[in-house]
Design a protein around this ligand. Structure first.
Ligand SMILES: [Zn+2]
Ligand SMILES: [Zn+2]
Length: 281
């Protein structure tokens, strides 16, 4: 599978001089399986750019859109997703039921005039909201498993497998506090165990978390422990705090690399950036 990152910023889009390297768009991933079938994970503001690419390339008339949860930063790009406006596209919306409901509702109700000039009824794409849930075999062309996130209002993390390769995506997950419906840290360790690649929410520093505990996100030190305990090969930090500058993210990565080396692990650590592409064989 090949993963392309269209947005990895947390909470809200943050364009500006201090976010040029890692990007300011909110969560959106493109995953292509070996046959090139398109699975999109989350509809943050990065989705707009992926939509433009799909229109340019013209080779993905059917796609699957998986949603981790219904917070606004993971859905806000959808009204600006150009393929939604053309009848030749079939969009299977799967993932979390509440997010699917929310998306249908937000398009049907919240984006009515005067908030948005287009009603859901006017979208021409063939929408399928009837998937059975994460990993629904009808529309996901990868093997997918899910786990409940520890996050306010809930949500799901996903594990994508193809052949021997395994990618785990846990965003908006608070390892240091168990929200209602969330799982224990050990559950997340088992879920991610031996993955080739883990993207995990690392929004906060140890100092931030004194004020932000229960907000639904993890510290980068908590994520390092998880990745080492789960025997991950490559760790990508995501859901960068909107106030985190490129320089600060660089410092975090170098601090974690030093800590990982001191613990004699071969774990590879980096911060995910917009435009990043990773291919798993
Ligand atoms: Zn988020
Ligand atoms: Zn969230």
């Amino acid at each position: 599978m090949k993963i392309t990152v269209w947005g990895c910023r947390g909470t809200l889009p943050t364009p500006g001089q201090h976010t040029l390297k890692y990007g300011g768009n909110t969560t959106c991933l493109e995953i292509r399986n070996k046959e090139g079938f398109l699975t999109i994970v989350d509809a943050g503001s990065g989705l707009r750019y992926l939509g433009k690419r799909i229109m340019q390339d013209g080779d993905s008339n059917e796609m699957c859109l998986m949603l981790t949860h219904s917070h606004w930063d993971h859905l806000m790009g959808f009204p600006f997703f150009i393929p939604a406006y053309f009848s030749k596209f079939k969009i299977n919306v799967c993932g979390v039921q509440s997010a699917r409901n929310y998306m249908a509702q937000s398009l049907a109700r919240q984006l009515e005039a005067p908030y948005f000039p287009v009603n859901f009824d006017q979208l021409k794409a063939d929408f399928n909201f009837s998937c059975k849930g994460p990993g629904c075999e009808k529309c996901v062309h990868l093997k997918v498993e899910s786990i409940e996130l520890s996050h306010p209002n809930g949500g799901y993390g996903f594990k994508f497998k193809e052949g021997k390769s395994c990618f785990v995506f846990l965003t908006d997950n608070e390892l240091g506090y168990q929200h209602p419906g969330g799982r224990t840290v050990q559950d997340y360790v088992e879920f991610a165990r031996d993955a080739d690649l883990l993207f995990h929410d690392a929004q906060y520093t140890d100092e931030d978390i004194q004020k932000t505990r229960t907000w639904g996100h993890s510290t980068y030190n908590e994520v390092l422990d998880l990745a080492i305990n789960a025997n991950i090969k490559k760790l990508g930090l995501v859901h960068h705090d909107p106030d985190r500058t490129d320089d600060e993210i660089d410092e975090i990565v170098s601090e974690l690399q030093t800590k990982a080396a001191a613990r004699s692990t071969k774990l590879e650590i980096f911060a995910v950036y917009e435009g990043m592409q990773i291919e798993l064989e």
